[in-house]
Write a protein that binds this ligand. Sequence first.
Ligand code: KG4
Ligand code: ZN
Length: 333
Amino acid sequence: MPIILGIESSCDDTSAAICKDGLIYSNTVANQSIHECYGGVVPELASRAHQQNIIPTIYQAISNAKIQKNDVNAIAFTRGPGLLGSLLVGTCFAKAFALANKIPLIEVDHMQAHILAHFIDDPKPSFPFICLTVSGGHTQIVLVKDYFNFTIVGQTTDDAAGEAFDKTAKILGLPYPGGPLIDQYAQLGNSAAFKFPEPKIAGFDFSFSGLKTSILYFIRDEVKKNPNFITTHLADICASVQLRIITILLAKLKLAAKHYGIKNIAIAGGVSANSGLRKALEQAALENNWQVFIPKFEYCTDNAAMIAITAYHKYLKQDFVGQTVVPSPRLHW
Ligand code: KG4
Ligand code: ZN
């Protein structure tokens, strides 16, 4: 039965995982702290750090799974979307490894992999289900009819939900990535302290740029009146912003679930680690009689286990690619 080595290098985390017959045996992640002081990911620094991290990360994954390099039957990599330089590192390594070991090569779409992370552990969603995929670069409502039958029914028209968290953090002077910090402060604050506007946008699409501007102007005006406004109200600001982002996400998710008559609802991507969103989804499940699927924390943010499990399902279909494959920085499905 297949042993698959999966590699993820689309942004600023280098990750490798081993999947053996559909089960994950290891998942190692090397984070890049170098971006913290720049307030965001610097693409050139990210690709250089991937080059340094990729071999040790892969060896660690192989060793944690207690296998040998020669046991690997197929190698999978994130083809996109992501930063070109970062994707190139994983793609080139995978191509070389496939060639040297005479094994098949499998390309994986990063956003599909976030969704298929739900097939790592039990309980697994049954088809069809709706997945709210919320990451640093994307915000989508996806109708999932089968492993590789996805339809994006709604998406952001400007910023992603993760960007809304990260940009708010930047306005508040918090380091990158700000999402997890806003989550932490929000747990100590009053979410009714400040009211931020809800965008009026049709259908199942999202918009977060207006919210970002309103937060920027609100903070600017309050700081003019009281230079210590941020420090004295940090938890309340974070809780109020977080609540607004969550209500925007859940309103559209409920609309889509009702429209398609689907009660199997999942969340995926980095923002699905948010404790407020996880709680709000559980609450919505009770109110709407949904069965909800919330990923383990380690499978919310970028990881190679999701690449390896997606590749396993591609392996079963013998869906391989040749050596001419190149990264695809933009979403291509
Ligand atoms: O999926 P991901 O790891 O990378 C991309 O594919 O973009 O998502 C990263 C995003 C970042 O914007 C980060 O701030 C956000 O996920 N994030 C969170 C939390 N953990 C990560 N946002 C809110 N609350 C969290 N706990
Ligand atoms: Zn991601």
